[in-house]
Design a protein around this ligand. Sequence first.
Ligand code: CA
Length: 225
Amino acid sequence: MRILLVEDEPKIASFIQRGLNEQGYELQVAYDGKSGLSMARQGDFDLIILDVMLPLMNGMDICRTLRMEDTVTPVLMLTALGTLDDKVEGLQQGADDYLVKPFHFKELIARIQALTRRKNAPVQTNNISRIADLILDRNKKTAHRNNQEIMLTAREYALLDLFMQNLNRLLTRSEIAEQVWGYNFDSNSNVIDVYVNYLRNKTEKGFSSKLIHTVVGMGYIMKEN
Ligand code: CA
């Protein structure tokens, strides 16, 4: 099992290196972002562990670059920051998991084992959508706005997912009906409008901006302003 660690703090790097060697992992270490990226491109690693704050290139940029180049190697992000935003950003850039510093070594091993087990499973790198401060995570099937979780029914979730796959695009009622309900409605039915209102109440009420806009006589569009 070959692991690349990109970490600029020598103490942390050697702590991880010693521990992983004891567990039988083969570890290579890069101490800055640029050499980390070039090692990641050249080496055939089973896992990449990326610190976020790094000289020359940060961990988020390395991760995004690798994913743009279609590298599917699992990425574990180490973040000292630990706020939801940073975690979400890491996942958005294509990281598979994150660990907040300081962490217990046992926890690191558990994450490594989970990620390398999943190695042969299909990798989804585009599983998070975001508009303004609304975030949909398709892995966890959760929605957050302004860091608050929004509880949705299955139908509301499906509707939100459809909107977020089609940001800035008009969705007609019949498209929505077909995608979310899977059959044709009686055209007099107002069930779509009812559900759009449920979703608006949950995702917009008490938040900073409207995201779902009515296009009179046509349908709905999700966009910022
Ligand atoms: Ca660092």
